[in-house]
Design a protein around this ligand. Sequence first.
Ligand SMILES: Cc1cc2nc3c(=O)[nH]c(=O)nc-3n(C[C@H](O)[C@H](O)[C@H](O)COP(=O)(O)O)c2cc1C
Length: 213
Amino acid sequence: MTKSFGSLVFTPAVKALQERYGSRRQYARLEQLGEMRGGLGPDEREYLGERDTFYMASLGESGWPYVQHRGGPKGFLKVIDDTTLAFADFRGNKQYISTGNLLTDNRVALIVVDYPRQLRLKLLGRVEIFEGEKANDWLPKVRDPKYRAVTERVYVIRIEAFDWNCQQHIIPRYTEEEIRDVLEPIEKQMEELQKANEELRRKLSRLDGKETS
Ligand SMILES: Cc1cc2nc3c(=O)[nH]c(=O)nc-3n(C[C@H](O)[C@H](O)[C@H](O)COP(=O)(O)O)c2cc1C
């Protein structure tokens, strides 16, 4: 079971603003509806399985929020069960900001965007980090042997709430793979047209030759 997203993020200050700008009643209703939702369902599972990027925010001891981009092979953010996600934390610039932040506050906010379909899923959860021998059971669940990266640890996120966002202001963007898929039939057609054009040119020059001789 997860909680309603609003119950975690609608603070008194947020609710006061919703009252002031006339949206409180609508969001109070959504909060109640959200409470009846179970965990991550087939839609979320399918959605996360197709993503190769997400952004994760954590909180530092200084109180500053910190957001980092995470990327990997498609589906690297694994849905373990209806309230658990996990991913391999690859070796990077060795700043360890997220990992350090999580030592003092285990809460994270994730946003996972599908730019072509203009969708985004927000998730809130608590992270448990598994390193060294303790990661042994988790590594096979998160590692992709074909992907070239060193896994330093495994982040396991117990999801407490999630919410789908509206589509507004998501500008569609496409990955190389998605562009290739779209361009492939067009490139084939171009090739065929080029060949047909060359053939026609050859025929025309043969005809021209006959006329001048
Ligand atoms: C050689 C190398 C250099 C990197 N440099 C940066 C960088 O300058 N800024 C950045 O945000 N990420 C950089 N990254 C990616 C991060 O290391 C990676 O996203 C990691 O998850 C960062 O976690 P953290 O921001 O929580 O410390 C680099 C990765 C590698 C392998």
